[in-house]
Write a protein that binds this ligand. Structure first.
Ligand SMILES: Cc1ncc(COP(=O)(O)O)c(C=O)c1O
Length: 269
């Protein structure tokens, strides 16, 4: 954003709202100079998924501010749990279509991260400007990847139901394990494949290996060094006192990782 001369403003969405941006916080963050709202649902790193009702609340705010465009990153569309239905803002409020850029891709829904295919739709003028810029850049997705994505999207999608089921089981396994008397506090997210627990209660203490855990970064570094489990600290996502765990891994690996996290937490004093 700064490359384009823009100043990013972070609208905080913490555990108190299930890591979802509230209409009040959005409204307070918008100024006459605001150009874009970047929205991501289901979310990386928290797994929060906005319902149509949640988006309705945000849409009502956005209707009051016609200068604001919306970029919605819907890449985790296929991964919504507990029978919840995916919703996107242009569908919830068609009056916003003319200023919404809706993005998606095959990285998550079809496990095709390495194929580098994302796609979007939005106002024609904006798409034309994006095409102009991209057409002159040397980085581009190969035609092989493009045809693979066409096959992925036009092919059978019935495997997604089974995926959702397995991911939901992995989510539940991880949430239960992290909340099992560890000192961590983990909400149950509705989508994507991440959990974003708080390690706040363990900060200020010392690990079994002697590391002083002043921050979330100290926590994840000590965990990595003492147990080999890799997590991303919440500060990297603008929310200190938390960390992100991805459960896009084999169930047996997740069981082993959660076990090691439990032992690590038990050793903190
Ligand atoms: C929020 C979000 N958007 C988009 C992507 C897709 O990235 P890519 O298609 O470059 O792998 C990811 C992947 O991590 C993501 O978390």
């Amino acid at each position: 954003m700064r490359l384009c001369g823009a100043e990013p403003v972070f609208a905080v969405a913490d555990a108190s709202t299930g890591f979802k941006l509230s209409p009040e916080v959005l409204d307070a963050a918008i100024t006459p100079k605001t150009k874009w709202l970047i929205l991501n649902t289901p979310s990386n790193p928290t797994g929060a998924a906005y319902s149509a009702d949640d988006l309705r609340g945000l849409a009502d705010v956005l209707l009051k501010h016609p200068q604001v465009h919306i970029l919605t990153d819907d890449i985790y569309e296929a991964l919504v749990y507990d029978g919840g239905e995916f919703a996107t803002i242009a569908q919830v409020e068609p009056k916003l279509i003319a200023r919404t850029l809706t993005m998606n891709g095959v990285s998550k829904s079809h496990a095709m991260t390495g194929w580098r295919i994302g796609y979007c739709t939005g106002p024609r003028q904006l798409l034309q400007a994006m095409t102009k810029l991209q057409g002159q850049s040397t980085s581009n997705p190969t035609s092989i990847s493009q045809w693979a994505a066409v096959e992925a999207l036009n092919g059978p999608q019935d495997f997604l139901g089974e995926w959702r089921k397995v991911f939901q089981e992995r989510r539940d396994l991880v949430v239960k394990g992290l909340n099992a008397n560890t000192g961590l506090d983990c909400l149950t997210p509705q989508g994507a494949f991440y959990v974003f627990p708080s390690c706040q209660r363990l900060l200020g203490k010392t690990s079994a290996g002697g590391a002083v855990l002043k921050t979330d970064e100290d926590f994840v570094m000590a965990l990595l060094e003492e147990t080999g489990v890799a997590l991303v600290h919440g500060t990297a996502f603008g929310l200190p006192g938390h960390f992100r765990l991805s459960y896009a891994a084999a169930t047996s690996e997740l069981e082993a990782a959660v076990g090691r996290i439990q032992v690590f937490c038990a050793g903190i004093s």
